[in-house]
Design a protein around this ligand. Structure first.
Ligand code: PLP
Length: 394
């Protein structure tokens, strides 16, 4: 008889030589419970997915109610399905008026793909500009606009006519021209190690895109739904895109993504050719029901303000000679140490001490702090005690 652990390593495709490899049996709030009887404070939240905490009762109720009605019925966009429509109505009520047409996808990468197609189709141009050290996903299009060679090199040739410029550097915006179909940007770069732009960078980027007729795409897949202490990171800067990308926490723990634009721009996907983007499972009704309950939970429990306050408390407590810097907004934080070896040791010590953290894809000097936004003061104190202890040991 093989254990689940053995079968995981034997039968499931492995994506690294050293996965965390914890066997989690159940999860609740900020806690993960392993099969060997241990519990872990989750400081990663499935990489900014579980903003409302694990197994949130409101989401579970909405999922169960929808399961009793129906699951998948038809490919995206053919039947009228209430959970999809209700979630679209809710999303549009929270966004500026020009973001009033929602296309649902299954994942963040698929939202990125759809948005690039939409921008190319709408502008009739093909050049795409994105930023160094941005992470936008792992499918060929999304990987092409990702800004780090370590993930891309082995898979070239990727999509043509794609270039990366330096994030936060105003003079580089000159690269955007009348050939540019779109510029894709994370308002706060997450996988780069939580890099926050200067106050006027996104505004200048938006002005330049408007002047050149290029569409501006914000990837809020990781920063959305209160993560940065604003409902969306763009709210802090009052700069809004032509296309917004959402996923991760959008589904309240269920798989769901979306690209959202104006009816006028989105219209480009319905003719010449019709069915300009097709998805079977995008906008799964159970995911949409979960997404709607999740947004209601976030707004009804003031989680956006709570995230801002919780982030400040983490920053107040995370003071140590070995910590170079604590960067972040709200509960998207990077704790910077001296080097990757120290970070790796600190991550292992943290997990051994009962808290889950990890480094960032493109910044191995930093520990990731992105817990559920529901984290309490006493859980923050526990987390910081484990983190400081781990940093000391590293
Ligand atoms: N964009 C950002 C900013 C992300 O952080 C991610 C995933 O980590 C993606 C896009 C891709 O999303 P997915 O993994 O759902 O395809």
């Amino acid at each position: 008889m093989h254990s689940t652990r053995q079968l995981f390593f034997e039968l499931m495709a492995q994506t690294s030589a050293a996965p965390i490899g914890l066997e989690i049996e159940k999860a609740s709030g900020c806690w993960l419970y392993s099969s060997d009887g241990r519990k872990y404070l989750d400081l990663v939240a499935g990489v900014s997915v579980s903003n409302i905490g694990h197994n949130n009762p409101m989401v579970i109720k909405a999922v169960k109610e929808q399961l009793d009605k129906h699951m998948h019925l038809m490919v995206y966009g053919e039947f009228i399905q209430k959970p999809q429509v209700q979630l679209a109505e809710k999303l549009c009520s929270l966004l500026p008026v020009n973001l009033n047409s929602v296309y649902y996808t299954c994942s963040g990468s698929e939202a990125v793909e759809g948005s690039i197609k939409l921008a190319r189709r709408h502008t009739g141009r093909h050049e795409v500009i994105s930023f160094r050290n941005a992470y936008h996903g792992s499918t060929i299009g999304a990987l092409s606009v990702t800004g780090n060679e370590s993930l891309k090199r082995a898979f070239r040739p990727l999509m043509p006519s794609v270039r990366q410029i330096e994030f936060g550097r105003e003079e580089q915006l000159e690269e955007i021209s009348r050939s540019t179909a779109c510029v894709l940007v994370e308002p706060v770069q997450a996988e780069a190690g939580v890099i926050i732009p200067g106050d006027d960078f996104l505004g200048k980027l938006s002005d330049k895109c408007k002047r050149e007729g290029a569409l501006l795409i914000f990837d809020e897949i990781q920063t959305g739904f209160g993560r940065t202490g604003e409902l969306f990171a763009m709210d802090r800067y009052s700069v809004y895109p032509d296309i917004l990308l959402l996923a991760k926490s959008l589904g309240g723990g269920m798989p769901l993504g979306a690209f959202i634009s104006s009816r006028e721009i989105m219209g480009s996907l319905s003719s010449n050719p019709a069915l300009g983007h097709i998805t079977t499972f995008g906008g799964h009704p159970v995911s949409c029901a979960a997404g709607l309950a999740s947004i209601d939970y976030i707004t009804g429990n003031d989680l956006v303000k709570k995230a801002a306050r919780a982030g400040a408390k983490f920053r107040e407590l995370l003071v140590h000679d070995e910590i170079r810097n604590v960067r972040g907004q709200g509960l998207l934080m990077a704790v910077e140490l001296d080097n990757p070896a120290k970070t790796r040791k600190a991550v292992s010590a943290c997990i051994a001490g009962g808290a889950i953290t990890e480094w960032f894809l493109f910044n191995e000097n930093c520990l990731r702090i992105s817990p559920p936004l529901t984290i309490s003061d006493s859980e923050i104190e526990t987390a910081c005690r484990i983190l400081l202890d781990s940093v000391k040991r590293a």
